[in-house]
Design a protein around this ligand. Structure first.
Ligand code: NAP
Length: 313
């Protein structure tokens, strides 16, 4: 008999939903009209959960499934899962690292280039019929500029390597220096922002990083500076970002993630010096398929009594 699992959201990855349906008896929480009775009916037998989207996976949800033993997240960021609550209940949590690293880093550097060189702005310029009336204003190059990375993990390191390839000097900050890292560590984020022309946020979300990028950090980046966020919206003080861009305190921004997705602050929509993408860091057919497979492989490992492949807690 196939094991019963709960799937919290539709996961938009080629092959993932059909494979989940093939390997497991998948119960779709996102389709339930009455979640309480939906979960109560499964409480005696569900040990696995496949998690997509940003719905909080909190203690109450875990308590509704007392046999739950493994939560397999679709994505590397696990900030929507209450990890302490999972640990306290002996529930393992897995994620999908590595398979998405290069894709997200590619988007980050594309955002740096777009915000600096004005590709999206140029596209709008042509479509608005402005080119026939004169050329577009000169933009900024990135070669020889300083790239600051907030969070030198897998993705941050790949972005740093890209930055080097584009002739940028790379500095970074994080909770602790890494002796093996080949880029210079700057302990203080404000100091890093003062040194950097471009600051890329590549750290996780959650309480520890909430609004690390303050008005002071944005002011230190300055009117010629650029903020790029591919980490989590919660890491940036979004109202302060809007104010800094409005007031010319910060020059440009390129954002893939936002505090309250899919809501984007209205003020940003009208700004020519801002590039916006709808959380698409990992959103390619190839990478989403690999993420879906890794999430499923973790569930299969659990049910086969094997070690989990990519366990977070
Ligand atoms: P990772 O390898 O765990 O790297 C995270 C890095 O952030 C680590 O180096 C960590 O430092 C650092 N960090 C932790 N707390 C920090 C803090 N307070 N200040 C500064 N740095 C801090 O994870 P990853 O695979 O690179 O992924 C990073 C994040 O990218 C994910 O958590 C997710 O939020 C985001 N992401 C976004 C997209 C997208 O579509 N935009 C896609 C995938 C991932 P230590 O090494 O010292 O612990």
């Amino acid at each position: 008999m196939k094991p019963d699992i709960v799937v919290t959201a539709h996961i938009s990855a080629p092959g993932t939903m059909p494979t989940l349906e093939r390997e497991f008896t998948a119960h779709h929480l996102w389709r339930a009209t009455d979640e309480k009775s939906f979960l109560a009916a499964l409480a005696d037998r569900v040990e696995g959960m496949a998690v997509g989207g940003h719905r909080p996976i909190d203690a109450a949800l875990m308590d509704a499934l007392p046999k739950l033993k493994v939560i397999a997240n679709f994505g590397v960021g696990v900030d929507s899962i209450d990890l302490a609550a999972a640990q306290a209940r002996g529930i393992a949590v897995t994620n999908t690292p590595d398979v998405l690293t290069d894709e997200v880093a590619d988007l980050a550097i594309a955002l740096v280039l777009d915000a600096a060189r004005g590709m999206s702005a140029g596209d709008r310029f042509i479509r608005a019929g402005k080119w026939t009336k004169g050329g577009m204003a000169l933009q900024r190059g990135i070669r020889g500029k300083t790239l600051g990375i907030l969070g030198l993990g897998r993705i941050g390191s790949a972005i740093a390597a890209h930055g080097e390839h584009f002739g940028m000097r790379v500095l970074w900050t994080g909770p602790r220096p890494k002796p093996a890292a080949r880029w210079t560590y700057v302990a203080d984020l404000v100091e890093l922002a003062r040194e950097a022309d471009v600051l890329v946020v590549a750290c996780p979300g959650g309480a520890a990083t909430r609004r690390l990028v303050t008005a002071e950090v944005l002011a230190a980046l300055g009117p010629e500076g650029m903020l790029v966020n591919i980490g989590r919206g919660s890491v940036v003080d979004e109202p302060a970002l809007v104010d800094a861009l409005k007031g010319g305190i910060l020059g440009r921004a390129a954002l893939d993630v936002f505090e309250d997705e899919p809501k984007v602050p209205e003020a940003l929509l009208a700004m020519e010096n801002v590039v916006l993408t709808p959380h698409i860091g990992s959103a390619t057919i190839e990478t989403r398929a690999a993420m879906g497979q890794l999430m499923i492989d973790n569930l299969l490992a659990y049910y086969a009594g094997k070690p989990l492949l990519t366990r977070v807690v």
